[in-house]
Design a protein around this ligand. Structure first.
Ligand SMILES: Cc1cc2nc3c(=O)[nH]c(=O)nc-3n(C[C@H](O)[C@H](O)[C@H](O)COP(=O)(O)OP(=O)(O)OC[C@H]3O[C@@H](n4cnc5c(N)ncnc54)[C@H](O)[C@@H]3O)c2cc1C
Length: 421
């Protein structure tokens, strides 16, 4: 039996704790007042049904996520609805990919050495005739991959963009019950879970770890899994940053080579699903307004619509007040659906902003690869003296980056490394 501290009770930390709890003494230290991290299902805030502040979809048939949900007896349902595109307030035929997209992907595949998207576009697609293609590529990288075009790896994008679009699912009752299941399994096996336990420093030697929290508590164990977002390792001055003693500079430098971007979600509930009066069976709407992506709960007919702003634009807006962001959300909807803002306000039941770059425990939404990420992952997945281990979605090296699946797989791998150490 070993004693292990897990820092961070997101999907990765809880998965690791669950697996280790069978034969070991495990303590989980979570800085926030709740469990789940970037999984946060809201059951109040005036909405008629649970709303996802963070993770919402299962992007395909993701084995570990689906296995865990089955184990927990939680249902999943395929998403539905049609995709629509609006430009300057006018519905247009669904935008196919910009002209030249296939050629661009092919050129990405021919590339001998990795580089950033911006460098690649400038070297291969400069000039006015490629302006729309470049705008599309940058927009997709920013919006979906939450990536900065000047940092994101072309190899990463080509693998993802080339993989096609899998079926999407939602979790019945939201992802929250999955977190509750993981926590309940841990507690059943004797894991102690502490919330409001912000780890500020970790002093370590071979098979000895002391984690000290912001409120001065000391926790001792033989090993620790650090399962905080990579942004916490990157930003030494952040309120939740962790000081290691002795320092682990190679690991912190490696963490800097992983990309990490922000998302702001804006969720509105109205008295009616007015979007379906304009277009049949609205699922997703893409537009060129301030909040450029919207989706409904289709096939569920709940009058709830979610706006998504990702990447550098979300990071730039992080300090704005929620009211300002809500207003920008209503303005975007107003243009897309040709309804006055006051008209929308009159039928508004609830509205909430989820500003992830401003969240002190996340400092953004999820990771993406830069050209230096492959080497960084090799460093971060190597245990330090069989004592310190790292986990979290950013440390996953597979086909579903930036997801709950990535976090669960990474947590499982860290637990396996601990068991082998
Ligand atoms: C808006 C948004 C939408 C998303 N949509 C999807 C989606 O549709 N599908 C999907 O699969 N994925 C989605 N994701 C990504 C998914 O949520 C994450 O990949 C996953 O939840 C990350 O889990 P994790 O355990 O690695 O990190 P986290 O969930 O961030 O867990 C880390 C934990 O560490 C804690 N912590 C931080 N610092 C300290 C400290 N110093 N001391 C103690 N504790 C600390 C944090 O509070 C947190 O609880 C989305 C994410 C966001 C933000």
């Amino acid at each position: 039996m070993q004693s292990i501290i897990v820092v961070g009770a997101g999907a990765a930390g809880l998965m690791a704790a669950k697996l280790l709890s069978v034969n070991n003494r495990v303590v989980v230290l979570e800085g926030d007042s709740r469990l789940g991290g970037r999984i946060h299902t809201i059951n109040d805030a005036g909405f008629s049904q649970p709303v996802e502040a963070g993770a919402e979809f299962i992007h395909g048939n993701l084995p570990l996520t689906l296995q865990l949900l089955r184990e927990a007896g939680i249902e999943t349902a395929e998403t539905g609805g049609e995709m629509y595109t609006s430009r300057k307030g006018k519905w247009v035929d669904r935008d196919t990919m910009p002209v030249g997209w296939a050629t661009m992907l092919q050129r990405m595949h021919e590339l001998a050495a990795d580089t950033t998207l911006e460098d690649f576009l400038q070297k291969n697609f400069s000039g006015d005739k490629f302006a729309r293609l470049c705008e599309g590529a940058r927009g997709y990288a920013q919006g979906y991959d939450v990536a900065d075009p000047e940092k994101v790896s072309v190899f990463f994008l080509r693998d993802e963009w080339g993989a096609g679009w899998d079926d999407q699912y939602r979790v019945g009752g939201g992802y929250g019950p999955m977190v509750s299941f993981l926590a309940a399994e841990c507690i059943k096996n004797g894991v102690e879970i502490f919330t409001n336990a912000i780890v500020k420093s970790i002093a370590w030697a071979n098979n000895q770890v002391t984690a000290i929290t912001a409120n001065g508590q000391h926790y001792r164990a033989e090993k620790a899994i650090v399962a905080v977002p990579v942004s916490i390792l990157q930003q030494a001055q952040a309120p939740a940053s962790i000081r290691f003693s002795p320092t682990i500079d190679t690991y912190i430098s490696a963490a800097q080579n992983i990309g990490y971007g922000g998302v702001i979600k804006v969720v509105f509930e109205f008295k009616t699903a007015f979007w379906n009066q304009q277009k049949p069976d609205v699922g997703f709407v893409f537009c060129n307004e301030f909040i450029p992506t919207w989706w409904t709960q289709a096939p569920d007919e709940a009058p709830i619509i979610t706006g998504w702003l990702g990447g550098p634009k979300a990071d730039a807006l992080a300090r704005e007040a929620d009211d300002t962001i809500l207003k920008k959300g209503l303005q975007s909807l107003s243009v897309v659906f040709g309804l006055g803002v006051s008209q929308l306000r009159a039928t508004l039941v609830a509205g909430k902003v989820f500003n992830w770059p401003a969240n002190q425990f996340s400092l953004g939404a999820y990771s993406y690869a830069t050209p230096l990420t492959t080497q960084a992952l090799q460093v971060l997945s190597t245990p330090i003296n069989g004592t310190l281990f790292f986990a979290g979605e950013a440390l996953y090296n597979g086909a579903h980056p930036g997801t709950v699946e990535a976090a669960l797989v990474s947590g499982k791998q860290a637990a396996e490394l601990v068991l082998r150490a």
